[in-house]
Design a protein around this ligand. Structure first.
Ligand code: HEM
Length: 480
């Protein structure tokens, strides 16, 4: 549909059911639940830094992420907040650089390339479970974070002792926490708004000035580092990260480090057209990006899966029986016999999508759901809301892994399930996560039974990801 045949932006419905922007920031869960009940396909609210459009139907999601993807880039806020840590890595970059990097990195994440990591995933889960004693009270969210962190350490850097005492892990946590806080901080929101103004102004001035404005906007993707203790702390953490990653790169270039982890694969990746490789700085940005994007998301999905299994004994029994039917440590070849555990993980990502909301910014006027969105419009997409819509998920609050039986999955509209996003910028680690999910769940179920301390479970806390508020406490009843 061309933008001439569509209704103007001014006629977009205002989503009055949604709380105002301040509530959205301060009471996000309330706002997300309100969003899940919105029945308009598209609408707008007044955000902290200007108007924000929400798309709330699978068709509109598909338009933004897939069919009209070329008219959007990622919204600047998260890109800016993550920039000091993830630089120009795959998650934060745009344009030609992103395209080249995606082409270079995609082969590394194909299922046949990552299958060797399956045993390492099982091993990391087993090693965490081996530290538990019978009847020990565990915070499941903490345990799955330990495991996902260990998987990241092993597969990215071939590090076995990637633990909380490790300075690399500490530095990553400091930097991530800082980025999370920045993403909701007013100075950064205002910087993002100013950046958009510069880009829009560039369309109305002679070419020379337009180039200058584009350069200024490009520079503004780096957030202001306002002096203070937290900035000093994050700068120290970033120095640690740079030093450690630099050392690991040197080792691999010398041939003395591991040659089979993701870091070495990034170092040897070649562009199939021009034979080019990545600079060390680009490899540093990618490896930290993969760590950031990969571990907390998976850890959160795993924690919710265990909580919901405990609340649903039938589901628990089926998943446990499937896990116990396998012999020795789980390997890649066991995956076809872990289909129920995979469905449990997918259902967990439906009800509790770790990336519960993410944004795009229009880079040209674009028609979505019959309305013209002018260049610069910020569009929010919310898997949490759409994946709880009763039209696509009857009795949406019920945890039912069989919603992901292949025939039911295939019958659902495109855009009704997108925990990994969709389209060209879909998660590059989705196969990796969908392998790690069932392997870790089955390994843990083989080792112990879990009993929730609070049988009602925990409610979500929408922060950087959709984490369980205050943790998920359960007792581990070890098998012999
Ligand atoms: C359950 C686990 C995971 C979930 C729910 C998840 C979700 C997502 C989502 C929603 C996006 C798109 C965000 C946006 O467009 O704004 C994304 C992108 C990305 N994810 Fe994941 N992710 C998971 C695991 C992983 C893993 C294990 C890795 C790496 C090993 C990874 C690496 C990435 C990267 C590099 C991108 C950026 C891709 C690009 O823009 O080209 N993710 N992820």
């Amino acid at each position: 549909m061309s933008t001439e045949q569509t209704k103007p932006y001014s006629s977009l419905p205002v989503l009055t059911q949604l709380p105002n922007a301040r509530v959205f920031r301060d009471e996000r869960l309330k706002a997300l639940d309100a969003l899940a009940s919105v029945r308009d396909e598209i609408g707008k609210i007044e955000g902290l830094a200007g108007q924000v459009v929400f798309v709330t139907s699978p068709e509109a999601v598909h338009e933004v992420l897939v069919s009209q993807a070329r008219c959007f880039e990622k919204s600047p806020v998260l890109r800016m907040a993550l920039h000091p840590l993830a630089g120009e890595g795959l998650f934060t970059s745009e344009g030609a650089l992103w395209k080249r990097q995606r082409k270079l990195m995609s082969p590394i994440f194909q299922p046949n390339q990552i299958k060797q990591f399956a045993s390492q995933m099982a091993d990391c889960a087993q090693r965490a479970a081996d530290t538990w004693s019978h009847n020990q009270m565990l915070d499941i969210a903490h345990e799955t974070t330990r495991i996902a962190m260990a998987v990241a350490g092993k597969t990215l850097f071939d590090i076995d002792t990637f633990s909380e005492s490790d300075e690399l892990e500490h530095a990553l946590t400091v930097a991530l926490t800082w980025s999370g806080a920045q993403a909701a901080a007013l100075p950064l929101l205002l910087q993002a708004r100013l950046r958009t103004r510069l880009l829009l102004a560039a369309d109305h001035v002679p070419a020379f000035f337009a180039d200058k404005l584009h350069e200024a906007a490009q520079a503004m993707i780096k957030p202001l580092m306002i002096p203070g203790e937290s900035t000093r702390e994050v700068k120290r953490a970033l120095e640690v990260l740079d030093r450690r990653v630099e050392r690991m790169i040197e080792e691999r270039r010398r041939g003395s480090g591991s040659q089979n982890d993701l870091l070495s694969r990034l170092l040897s990746a070649r562009d199939e057209d021009d034979g080019g490789t990545m600079t060390d700085k680009q490899v540093r940005d990618e490896v930290l990006t993969l760590f950031v994007a990969g571990h907390e998301t998976t850890a959160t999905g795993l924690a919710w899966a265990i909580m919901e299994m405990c609340k649903n004994p039938d589901v628990y029994t089926k998943a446990k029986e499937e896990a116990l039917a396998l012999g020795g440590p789980i390997t890649y070849d066991d995956l076809p016999r872990l289909t129920y555990n995979l469905r449990v993980f997918k259902e967990s990502l439906r009800l509790y999508p770790p990336v519960f909301m993410f944004g795009r910014q229009a880079v040209a006027d674009v028609a979505i759901s019959g309305y013209t969105l002018p260049k610069g419009t910020i569009v929010m997409l919310c898997p949490y809301a759409i994946q709880r819509h009763p039209d696509f998920y009857p009795d949406p609050e019920r945890f039912d892994p069989d919603r992901f039986l292949p025939e039911l999955e295939a019958a659902r509209p495109r855009g009704a399930y997108f925990p990994f996003s969709l389209g060209p910028r879909t998660c590059i680690g989705n196969h990796f996560a969908l392998m790690e999910g069932p392997i870790v769940l089955a390994t843990l179920l083989r080792h112990a039974d879990f009993e929730l301390v609070n049988p009602r479970g925990t409610e979500p806390d929408p922060g950087a990801t959709l984490r369980p508020k205050g943790g998920i406490f359960a007792r581990a009843k070890l098998r012999n």
